[in-house]
Design a protein around this ligand. Structure first.
Ligand code: ATP
Length: 345
């Protein structure tokens, strides 16, 4: 057992956030690593008390520790934020959003043999929402800024990730046939960066063709890198290929800071009922372990989750439909099952 100790900012968040992050923390602690969780509150609940959904203390804590595990947070209307999540990414310059989509054998509605990593540019593009009405109710305009700097660092991150993790290739996903200037720049920079990585193959795919390919033969692809809005859409498609939001982890990576958060939102419809699937948050925790250099502990967590799914004895309600033989368990019981597996294998 390992005995390394880490201090991590923990943002439980809104809705199902506190339940799934609590479950994830218990699983991470079961690896034998020692964590001090610096709990910081952001989102709708804290906005009422402090007047802002993103108090400075939250960002200060993440800056101090360099790493955070975050549940989903809701952005209250009228809070001055378009999105607290985007606010955190911007304030900390978390330029790469990384979303793995990996088949868990035995999971219903899951495509076999998918092992994709979507690397999404996180700081610019259409997702920043720079838009205005040109003539109210008649015409509206959005501004899409693509820069060489942001394109280069996210593409470089994708290639470095590929090299570090023994990946076969990087596919740059774009629409440069139509958006000749903006996506043209992204594609041009990708080709330039690829020259520095002769050991990693560069493929180019137009985003619409990419979506079709991902549905038809996702196993043929490996690391994908793309601009902000395309990445938002393509990564949800990839999550759907491997079982949906309940099992989709994510990470936001900056130069010296990383914030780990599941892809799903706060799911208010199921909050507080102990029925949310904690696997997405727990796999997110495993990504964090790998970032901390704890590869063995990360593999332990991932393989415990895979074993629980493969055994097919228990499942959370979101995935029940395809597993008629499995007993439905709640958030806490699923975490217990993963921990039991981790400790006995
Ligand atoms: P937000 O407004 O914070 O984005 P949302 O409800 O609009 O929240 P999500 O939470 O991302 O969006 O997901 C939509 C639906 O998917 C939820 O309402 C919920 O039914 C289901 N869902 C999401 N995450 C989970 C999970 N971890 N376990 C089970 N079901 C989930």
């Amino acid at each position: 057992m390992a005995h390394n100790a880490y201090t991590v900012t923990l943002i439980p968040g809104d809705g199902i956030g506190p339940e799934v992050t609590e479950a994830a923390c218990r699983v991470l602690e079961a690896t034998g690593l020692s964590f001090t969780w610096d709990v910081q509150n952001a989102g709708a609940a804290v906005a009422e008390r402090e007047g802002t959904p993103l108090p400075d203390a939250v960002l200060d804590s993440i800056r101090a520790h360099g790493v955070a595990l975050k549940g989903p947070v809701t952005t209250p209307i009228g809070s001055g934020f378009r999105s607290v999540n985007v606010g955190i990414r911007k304030a900390l310059d978390l330029y790469a959003n990384v979303r793995p989509a990996l088949t868990l054998p035995g999971l219903p509605r899951s495509h076999p043999n998918v092992d994709l990593i979507v690397v999404r540019e996180n700081t610019e593009g259409l997702y920043t929402g720079i838009e205005h009405e040109v003539i109210p109710d008649v015409a509206a305009e959005a501004t899409r800024i693509i820069t060489r700097r942001a394109s280069e660092r996210v593409v470089r991150y994708a290639f470095e990730y590929a090299r570090r993790n023994g990946r076969r290739g990087v596919t740059v996903v774009h629409k440069a046939n139509i958006l000749k200037i903006t996506d043209g720049l992204f594609l041009k920079v990708a080709r330039e960066v690829a020259q520095d990585y002769p050991d990693i193959a560069l493929r180019e795919m137009i985003v619409d063709a990419m979506c079709m390919q991902l549905v038809v033969q996702p196993e043929a692809y490996d690391v994908l890198v793309t601009t902000n809005l395309f990445g938002d859409i393509v990564s949800d498609l990839c999550a759907g290929l491997v079982g949906g939001l309940g099992v989709a982890p994510g990470a936001n990576i900056g130069e010296h800071i990383a914030v780990f958060e599941p892809v799903h939102g706060s799911a208010p419809d199921i909050a507080g009922k102990d029925i949310a699937n904690p696997i997405a948050a727990t796999l997110t925790g495993a990504l964090m372990l790998r970032h901390l250099g704890e590869r063995e502990a990360a593999a332990q967590v991932e393989s415990a989750i895979a074993s629980v799914i493969a055994a097919g004895r228990v499942i959370t309600a979101d995935l029940k439909s395809g597993l008629p033989g499995a007993r439905v368990v709640g958030t806490r019981a699923m975490a217990d099952e993963i921990i039991h597996n981790l400790l006995t294998n």
